[in-house]
Design a protein. Sequence first.
Lengths: 80, 158
Amino acid sequence: MSEELKTSLKLNLEGLLCPIPIAKISKAIKEIPVGTIVEATATDPGVLADIPAWARTTGNEVIKMEREGKLVRFYVRRLK
Amino acid sequence: MDNNNGTTLIVMSGDMDKVMAAFNIAIGAAAADKKTNMFFTFWGMKAIQKGNLTGRGLFGRMIGLMNRGGINRIGPSSFNFGGIGRWMFRQMMKNHNVPSLEELRKTAMELGVKLMPCQMSMEIMEIAREDLIDGVEEPCGVAAMLEKSDQSRQTLFI
């Protein structure tokens, strides 16, 4: 990996369904400094569409999103 | 910052399925940093009542009994079967780790969603301010709701 992903916060959203993952990441992102990254894991397949949409609406950046079997792991950078 | 970026929901329905959709959408909107307002009117009043018996006159008390509020008392719009359907849906939600309506309402309020009670509904059905849960806004009318709607990108009637 050429990028080193220094995460400020790890969020466990496993087992949580829409809209709770969005509610939690919205709160979490406000707690980290601008420019830093939240790493999260979730099991709800809805997050594949929801998190990027949320990031576009709020002006944050999804750096990476990948499936690991039943798990979805993604990284969001706080941009503002 | 775009000041007209909010989301307004008019919650007229008192059915579990519709109220749940309303809270889900409100939570999604608030989580996306939109100023979110929910205007509860008529049947929707049940979702913000404490659940005690309401009403002063005969009709007021009759409707207070038959249309008793409390968010855990409301049933689905179909298949309620006198309450069995409501129980079944709550079981299904629990089994799939879906938050209950009470939890959704609490999450919405924590995210800053404003719950606005309809003054006229309260007058007609003789629901007093003390019969409502804590944390709701002052009872208001359509002008207040429409002002929020003017400041919103989307206004949804549920």
